[in-house]
Design a protein around this ligand. Structure first.
Ligand SMILES: Cc1ncc(C[n+]2csc(CCOP(=O)(O)OP(=O)(O)O)c2C)c(N)n1
Ligand SMILES: [Mg+2]
Length: 321
């Protein structure tokens, strides 16, 4: 483990940033201020933060419809993200894209994606490009357990394994795909067994343990940079909230979510315990980081609320046909 104090603190801070961002996004949606739909990443913070902690600024990620956490973990600006959710001119897509289209090419964030599995081919192409250009960049492709059933994973994954592309397929097994539990929809016993058919080893990891995710992805990054090809990691986690904000969750067994919100399983509480017991942080320091993250998100909300709507005259700008 090669994480110094500053890095550990940054990871903890980012996990809170995501948690607070999603709480405010949910609230804004309920006030009818968010355009489009909103999918929260609450409870899955350790996956994005652990994975992105193993990347350099110029490495790439591809994201999903549930993308706020990936973007914040890779260094995305919460103010421009929040403004995008509210459809404001200061947003990442000048208010024209919304939650599911946020990208920041300067940070290697190749975009959220409303197409389930849509990031898989993009990540594979980006990895091919990095290989051809000889840049040593790697790509982390986040996708869901539902997206694991998309055919593109076979096509792109096979190509990546054949050509030893520097891509890490990181499946977020949060146990649901839209309004269905995901488990009844795969024939293999464990999702990571899918990797075998692609010529890769499938690596399971506790997706609620940020340090385990970090270490697993770090090793995959090392292999990718050494020209040893792709990896297939399955992070076992849980979606705390509904598929979208407003989902009545009638399909979920009563009490199930509560079992994932305990101090032993909540990814933030768990990491906090480690930081205090094994890394010399005080509870007061952790609380200060939590409050600082909350203040940053409050500032983002204010920025977004006070930002102007896009001008009508800009309607046809940035449109490609
Ligand atoms: C190609 C495609 N098919 C279906 C949908 C509708 N849809 C949106 S999210 C979703 C489930 C995705 O589940 P998963 O990949 O597990 O991601 P999670 O929401 O759990 O993060 C579906 C079927 C879509 N957006 N795109
Ligand atoms: Mg899922």
């Amino acid at each position: 483990m090669t994480l110094d104090r500053a890095k550990l603190a940054d990871m903890y801070y980012r996990m809170w940033l995501i948690r607070h961002f999603e709480a405010r996004a949910r609230w804004l949606f309920q006030q009818d201020l968010v355009r489009g739909s909103t999918h929260t990443y609450t409870g899955e913070e350790a996956v994005a933060v652990g994975a992105c902690a193993a990347l350099n600024r110029d490495d790439y990620i591809t994201s999903t419809h549930r993308g706020h956490g990936h973007c914040l973990a890779k260094g995305g600006d919460p103010r421009r993200m929040m403004a995008e959710l509210l459809g404001k001119a200061t947003g990442y897509c000048k208010g024209k894209g919304g939650s599911m289209h946020i990208a920041d090419l300067d940070l290697g964030i190749l975009g959220a994606n409303g197409i389930v599995g849509g990031g898989i081919a993009i990540a594979t192409g980006a990895a091919y490009s990095a290989k051809v250009r000889g840049t040593r960049q790697v790509v982390v492709c986040f996708f869901g357990d539902g997206a694991a059933n998309q055919g593109v994973l076979l096509e792109a994954g096979n190509m990546a394994a054949l050509w030893k592309l520097p891509v890490i397929y990181l499946c977020e097994e949060n146990q649901y795909a839209e309004f269905s539990p995901s488990r009844p929809f795969f024939a293999v016993e464990r999702l990571e067994q899918r990797a075998l058919g692609l010529g890769m080893e499938g690596i399971p990891v506790d997706g609620n343990d940020v340090l385990a995710v970090y270490e697993t992805v770090r090793q995959a990054v090392e292999r990718a940079r050494a020209g040893q090809g792709p990896s297939f990691i399955v992070a076992k986690t849980y979606r705390w909230e509904g598929h979208t904000v407003g989902d009545p969750l009638t399909y979920r067994p009563a009490g199930e979510a509560e079992q994932w919100k305990t101090p032993e399983r909540d990814p933030i509480a768990r990491f906090g315990k480690y930081l205090v017991e094994q890394a010399g942080f005080s509870p007061a320091e952790l609380e200060e980081m939590n409050q600082r993250a909350e203040a940053e998100i409050e500032a983002a909300v204010l920025f977004a609320m006070e930002s102007p709507e896009p001008a009508i005259a800009t309607l046809w700008e940035d449109v490609y046909a």
